[in-house]
Design a protein around this ligand. Structure first.
Ligand code: GRF
Length: 205
């Protein structure tokens, strides 16, 4: 069994979690997912964790008086697992500076745009409205400033003339499932060549 320990945080569907689970199971990610934590109950991401036999927790942010109080409890659960890497996979909460600084360097996120373009929400809509030819996703280290931090890899997809937000989102998801596992394995291997300059991956369909 691998010694590299990953905790995944999510809020929803968990298709990125599934991509990571699948790559762990075939040995392309040499690590163990030791816990999944969701801030929402009853989401598909938790079912995926359960099915894969991964310990999972629900920590509902609505039960906390402040962002800081929620983050403190979240940090406590994470600390109890002593992870090497914390993977944000559709975790739809802004994390406090204290939390981010505590875990900085081992906290990564995937964002559905070619950062620095389109930080925040509604990225597919903006790419369509701006008639971009290309769109995609970025895996990056998390720093207190939202959707900033050093890029590790970007996955680029074409934007097609007849795309809707849904069709474009689907294509971006497909490339996310390729680049997130890659980025994680580079971190596990401490592949300084890959990590020192951001890489690009094109998904041409
Ligand atoms: C992805 O589009 C990711 O870029 C964003 O949230 C979405 C998560 O999707 N941060 P899923 O829950 O992994 O299916």
């Amino acid at each position: 069994m691998s010694h590299f320990r990953i905790v995944v945080l999510l809020s929803g569907k968990g298709s990125n979690l599934q991509a990571i689970i699948d790559q762990v199971s075939v040995g392309d990610i040499k690590a163990e997912i030791i816990a999944v934590i969701s801030n929402r109950p009853d989401v598909m991401g938790l079912q995926r964790a359960e099915k894969a036999g991964i310990p999972n927790h629900v920590l509902e942010h609505t039960h906390f008086a402040s962002r800081e109080a929620f983050d403190q409890s979240l940090a406590q659960i994470i600390d109890s697992y002593e992870p090497d890497l914390i993977v944000l996979a559709g975790f739809m909460r802004i994390l406090s500076d204290v939390f981010v600084e505590k875990f900085q360097g081992k906290l990564i996120n995937i964002h559905p745009s070619l950062l620095p373009k389109y930080k925040g929400l509604h990225t597919h809509k903006q790419a369509l409205e701006n008639r971009d030819n290309e769109h995609g996703a970025t895996v990056h280290f998390v720093i207190p400033e939202l959707d900033t931090g050093k890029n590790i890899i970007q996955g680029i997809v074409p934007v097609k003339a007849d795309d809707t937000e849904e069709s474009l989102a689907k294509r971006v998801h497909k490339v996310e499932h390729i680049i997130y596992p890659k980025a994680i394995q580079w971190i596990i291997e401490a592949d300084t060549k890959q990590l020192s300059k951001p890489s690009t991956f094109y998904l041409d369909k």
